[in-house]
Design a protein around this ligand. Sequence first.
Ligand code: FMN
Length: 508
Amino acid sequence: MAVNTINLVLRSVGPRTRAVPSLRYTTQRVSVFHRPLVASNSMTLRYSSDKASEPTQVAKEVPKKAGRGFKRTVLGTSLAIAMLVGYIYATDTRASIHRYGVVPLVRLIYPDAEDAHHVGVDALKMLYKYGLHPRERGNQDGDNALATEVFGYTLSNPIGISGGLDKHAEIPDPLFGIGAAVVEVGGTTPLPQEGNPRPRVFRLPSQRAMINRYGLNSKGADHMAAVLDQRVRDYAYANGFGDHEEAKQLVLNGEAGVPPGSLLPGKLLAVQVAKNKATPDGDLEAIKRDYVYCVDRLAQYADILVVNVSSPNTPGLRDLQATAPLTAILKAVVGAAKNVDRKTKPFVMVKVSPDEDADEQVSGICAAVWGSGVDGIIVGNTTNRRPEPLPQGFQLPPKEQNTLKETGGYSGPQLFDRTVALVGRYRTLLDQGPPAPESTKESAETAEETESPARKVLFASGGITNGEQARAALDAGASVAMMYTGVVYGGIGTVTRVKQEMRDQQKS
Ligand SMILES: Cc1cc2nc3c(=O)[nH]c(=O)nc-3n(C[C@H](O)[C@H](O)[C@H](O)COP(=O)(O)O)c2cc1C
């Protein structure tokens, strides 16, 4: 790419250089530093038989053009070098311009947070298309210092991008490119839905927090399936498998030696599914059908399927976290995931709310996880609570005090303490194994009750913004620390920075 950039610049300068007559006809090398000398030499060589008055004219012209040509060359080369250096700098996630230049600028130009979100996604998508996207340079995970085991895969690092940042699966690859080992796309619903009216996303800059009530705006599962299908086909073609249906199937069946979702070694793609708002809250069969429809359409492109029952912006959704409906939904999803036409089946996780945190709610969710055969939990999501501002005792500016009254889910650093505490509680409970069967234990219905069950996997999501917090979430029992709002405020280099902080912490 860098070479292309230079070539482009040189090509645009090249033809003009060839057109400068002084370089074509003078036998002596032209120097801008010795104009008079060059002038007289040229005069002699070219016009020795001419009249006395004529050379004067030529003597003025030739060196001037020669100098101009040299200047153009110098200018072109400098420009090419500047472009190359600029390109290398701006596309490196470590460049501070992303955090201190791009983020404030985008906030200034786009006062509406959703506009800013769209611009960011569109820009990343476009830059990726032309190979100009920001990315981690130099195989920073290559030392394996942060490598971690998740679902039998060795991930290059334990950092993930939370659901909602890439709602329509438009930019999974650029998000992998900025250093995340797990990218969760969606949530998607079976049918397309608009979500809530705008404005529906609000910033609290003093808190580096947000409130959103998107309401699961989605282009629908069919749309996302088409996008992800094309992605696999492009991958198959680019990697020499061909462009036919069988080529895609070969890649999905692991012939390329990469996970079938992420299509990248050491990384996993999670696809989040949810129900449509219009599907009646009380109709469990219809709700199950919603989730299963999404799974049927999307499971083959996912390493992990995430069942969203915790968005605060779809009325009634969080009630599905009660043990009985949750078990029923998760069983249906696990069943559908097992039917996917692929050698390895996607793992299934459920994303739970940080607000349903009473003991009986947490243990009820764990029971549903064991009862359904789901592989893990993402703890948690945005909160309906309005946490105390940080630092303690800080008075929010009046504008933000008003923003705080907006309906929606709150996200940002203020969630962190609760996230870690909740991860710890889920870890403890899940590590105790499935609840003992109520009757005499003689007939265990699920496989997990007969064999020693696999340890359930936890991902942490909520308020993680730096390496120390990511480490604390892992120490509390999570395998992956996920981020959303931290990336919005910290910019595209956030994942790289967080990982570097973790490495530094390990060394000290
Ligand atoms: C604007 C916005 C949109 C979100 N959309 C979704 C979504 O579609 N599905 C979901 O499960 N979580 C969604 N979330 C929640 C995040 O995935 C994350 O769990 C939550 O924001 C807490 O993490 P954070 O403090 O790092 O942002 C959204 C969050 C924000 C700020």
